[in-house]
Each structure stands twice: as structure tokens, then as C-alpha cells.
Design a binder for this molecule. Structure first.
Ligand code: ADP
Length: 448
């Protein structure tokens, strides 16, 4: 096992990784920007190194400074968390060249899955069902029109290098195509430095269902069931649950098996997520994330498997501690992303937390790096914590969530807690009858 791990991230995920390291007896190094000198992960790490000013590009994305911190502290591995450098193949290459372990998959797998066109081709080859669409990149309007008329409107044009819900445009009819193709290509070029786009069928009322997978890098691979992340605002997840209220056991097992086989076929190493849209009983692959996800705790709660612990073991060459048969489903879990934002306008609300009281009790988990007196810096995303609840059934889970939300007090800044209090009692949320457009419609009606 590693002697010392450097955590190249901040906030709740840095703390999450630190906890797993401590339980394995691994020394931890926190890196931080000047804006994060008082962050919890910095206080709890064995060592910490300031790597630059607040702007992410000068600190958390600054490979040179992170490598220097690694050298100074003698860390033998780096965990990138999510976001920042977690899906940066060049970073993984640099670490390999310096004999430092990247806790994640190979640079090659990051590269393949980071290009959505390549990812889709690879998925298809591995037997994963994909959304009908163009075979690859589409450059000319004639070709776009031909593909769209074959699959039928509406279609969606997506940037091959897109991410974070950006670089997508829905096209409703032939006459919108030319303009939309031009706009998405130039926007993709400007935003991602790659103007390649492709076309796929736009699904009208899908759910977003993703499968957690884990590979040992030696041909062994398992799935850890699904998460339903259909509750989204601007393509960003807000509430995630496991298992999905839309799947029965047979469907769940079938897609899980397909994903586990694909991971074995790839020879994938570490944790990953295969994302699908699910409509009318069919799964359609959209992308694979080659890292730990924000919403990984719901999977941990229903399987009782520590995913970061498994990542560390696999990266250290020790393989996984579980086989497919050990991944036993128990109960239901829901996660709410608590953002420091106004609950209906979603305007960020950085500043000092003047009072903080997290909920507790059976089946309640709070992953957060904040504390009373902590000043939320304005430089990063507004996620300040995650409330995760687990119970025997979905019904019991909703009741527990409602109780936990009532206990949760954060003062001094606005948070999205009031939004979740409304959602948990909503009739559609109670029955689990919601698709990826549900929240936008709900918010539009509420703010009208
Ligand atoms: P990103 O990498 O930016 O997260 P994804 O390909 O994962 O992009 O898509 C993000 C979200 O965009 C999906 O969860 C879904 O809400 C929407 N989306 C993507 N592809 C389609 C599609 N073919 N039809 C309908 N919605 C889509």
C-alpha cells in the first residue's frame, strides 16, 4: 500500500479521500490555494502545501506546482478527486513518467472516454447500447441533414470534447439545422479547443441512470448497481438516488452485467461510471466518467462498500477486496447536493457560515468540509456539502430525509436546503415519477 498520498482537490471530496487514507494508515498531503488555507482538509491532513493563488488555473489545475508539492513531501501517489485534473490524461502521463501513481485509470482509458465520439464507438464495440445517431464527427450540413432525417427530429448536436452539461444544442426541425451546426461547432472550438461535434436522437422524457463500475486493471471488473440522477437543473445533477425507482430487478441486473463485462473487456482499472439515458424500457449510453463521482456515496450506502478504499487498493496493485457476489443491495439511499446558492434564483452565496448544525441519527451521513466560522470562498463551485440518507425502503428513506433536512441549520449564507424541503414532500418525487426535465418545469412553475 502507499506510504503517502497527495490529494489534488479541495472541499468535501478532499476530506472524503483523506478519511479513506487515514483508515488505511496512509499519510496524507493536502494542497491548497491561498483562499483555502483554513479549509477542513488542510487542517486534518498530516502535511499541507500552498500551491498558488485562488484562481483554479493557478492552483488546483497547476500541474507544475502540484508536482513540486509531491516532490517536497515525498508522496508516492496522487488522488485527483473529481473535476480539476481528474480526467486529464496528460496529468496521468506526467505522473507515470515520474513514477508517481495516479489513483485512477490509465491515461489511455481517460483519453478514449474523454472524447465522446471515441467513447461511443468503444461502448458500441463492447456491447453497450448507444443512442442512435451519426457514426462519428459531422462537419457538413448535408451530412447533418441526412443523419437527422434518418433518426428523426428532434436531434441533439453535441461537442465531442464537451462536459459539465455544456456544448449541446437541440435541433427541432430541418430549417434550424444549418445555423445550429455552425453555432455548436464554433462554440465547441472556443470552449474546448476542439470543434468536432456529433449528432444523436434527442430523447424527450428520459431518466438519467448510471452504473457504478470498478475494474482491477487485470481483466477483472464488477458493477455496483445503478444511481438515478434524473433530477437536474441545466444538465447538472441536484438529487441522486440508488436504486432507481424506474427499474425492476431484472432490468437492473441486465444492464449491470453488460457494464461489468464491458469493464472486463476494456481491462479498466479503478472506479468509473457508465452513464445512460433510459426511456421506454431501453438504455442508451451517453458517456463514461473515468473517476469518482460526486454522487458515489449513495452507492456506498446501498452496498456498504467504501469506493475510495477500493480505488486505493486497486491503484496499489492489490486488486479489489470484493467480487460481484459480495456486492449485495440493501435498502435505498438519497443524496441532496447542498449548494451555497439562493434556493430559487440559484445565485451563488459565498461568505461566512455563522451557525452550523448538521443532522445526525440512524442512516444519516453528511459529507462536507464546512464548519461554523468557515468563510466560503467565491472562487469555486458552490457545492458545500452532501446530505445522504439510507433506509430500508424508498418510503422510509424519504421520511428520514425530510427529518434530516429539518434538523440541518446553516446560517450566514443562502443554501439549497429549502428547495429540498419542498421536493421531499412533492407528489411526483414521492412516487419517483420524474424525468430529466421535471425539475426545470417544476422551478418554472414555482417562479411564475
Ligand atoms: P456532460 O458530459 O456535459 O455531462 P452528457 O452527455 O453526460 O454531457 O449529457 C448531460 C445531460 O444532457 C444528460 O444527463 C441529459 O440531461 C442531457 N442529454 C444528453 N444527451 C441527450 C440526448 N440524446 N437526449 C436528451 N437529453 C440528452
Amino acid at each position: 500500500m502507499f506510504n503517502k498520498v497527495l490529494i489534488a482537490n479541495r472541499g468535501e471530496i478532499a476530506l472524503r479521500i483523506l478519511r479513506a487514507c487515514k483508515e488505511l494508515g496512509i499519510q496524507t498531503v493536502a494542497v491548497h490555494s491561498t483562499a483555502d488555507a483554513n479549509a477542513m482538509h488542510v487542517k486534518l491532513a498530516d502535511e499541507s502545501v500552498c500551491i498558488g493563488p485562488p484562481a483554479s488555473r493557478d492552483s488546483y489545475l497547476n500541474i507544475h506546482e502540484i508536482m513540486a508539492a509531491c516532490e517536497i513531501t515525498g508522496a508516492d501517489a496522487i488522488h485527483p478527486g473529481y473535476g480539476f485534473l481528474s480526467e486529464n490524461a496528460k496529468f496521468a502521463d506526467i505522473l507515470e513518467a515520474h513514477n508517481i501513481t495516479f489513483i485512477g485509470p490509465s491515461a489511455e482509458h481517460i483519453r478514449v472516454m474523454g472524447d465522446k465520439i471515441e467513447a461511443k464507438k468503444t461502448a458500441k464495440r463492447l456491447g453497450i447500447p448507444v443512442v442512435p445517431g451519426s457514426e462519428g464527427e459531422v462537419r457538413e450540413n448535408d451530412e447533418a441533414m441526412r443523419v437527422a432525417s434518418e433518426i428523426g427530429y428532434p436531434v441533439i448536436i453535441k461537442a465531442a470534447a464537451g462536459g459539465g452539461g455544456r456544448g449541446m444544442k437541440v435541433v427541432n426541425s430541418e430549417k434550424e439545422m444549418k445555423q445550429a451546426l455552425q453555432t455548436t461547432r464554433s462554440e465547441a472550438g472556443a470552449a474546448f479547443g476542439d470543434d468536432a461535434v456529433y449528432i444523436e436522437k434527442f430523447l424527450g422524457k428520459p431518466r438519467h441512470i448510471e452504473i457504478q463500475v470498478m475494474g482491477d486493471g487485470k481483466g477483472g471488473g464488477i458493477h455496483l448497481w445503478e444511481r438515478d440522477c434524473s433530477l437536474q437543473r441545466r444538465h447538472q445533477k441536484v438529487w441522486e438516488e440508488a436504486v432507481s425507482p424506474a427499474l425492476d430487478d431484472a432490468a437492473r441486473r441486465k444492464i449491470g452485467d453488460i457494464c461489468a463485462k464491458a469493464i472486463q473487456g476494456l481491462g479498466y482499472s479503478g472506479a468509473g461510471t457508465i452513464e445512460f439515458l433510459y426511456e421506454d424500457g431501453e438504455f442508451y449510453f451517453i458517456e463514461m466518467n473515468t473517476r469518482l463521482q460526486v454522487e458515489h456515496p449513495v452507492t456506498e450506502m446501498i452496498t456498504r462498500i467504501d469506493l475510495v478504499n477500493e480505488q486505493l487498493q486497486v491503484a496499489a496493485g492489490q486488486g479489489m477486496s470484493v467480487t460481484q457476489d459480495d456486492v449485495i443491495l440493501t435498502g435505498h439511499a438519497i443524496e441532496c447536493r447542498i449548494n451555497a446558492e439562493h434556493p430559487s434564483t440559484f445565485v451563488p452565496s459565498p461568505g461566512e457560515i455563522t451557525y452550523y448544525h448538521p443532522p445526525g441519527g440512524l442512516g444519516v451521513r453528511v459529507d462536507s468540509g464546512v464548519y461554523q466560522g468557515y468563510k466560503i470562498p467565491p472562487h469555486y463551485d458552490s457545492l458545500i456539502g452532501k446530505l445522504i440518507v439510507h433506509a430500508r425502503t424508498r418510503e422510509e428513506c424519504l421520511r428520514r430525509l425530510s427529518r434530516a433536512l429539518d434538523e440541518f441549520v446553516i446560517e450566514g449564507v443562502e443554501t439549497t436546503i429549502p428547495l429540498f424541503r419542498d421536493l421531499v414532500t412533492n407528489a411526483d418525487m414521492q412516487t419517483g415519477d420524474y424525468d430529466i426535465h421535471w425539475l426545470e418545469k417544476y422551478l418554472a412553475a414555482k417562479n411564475a
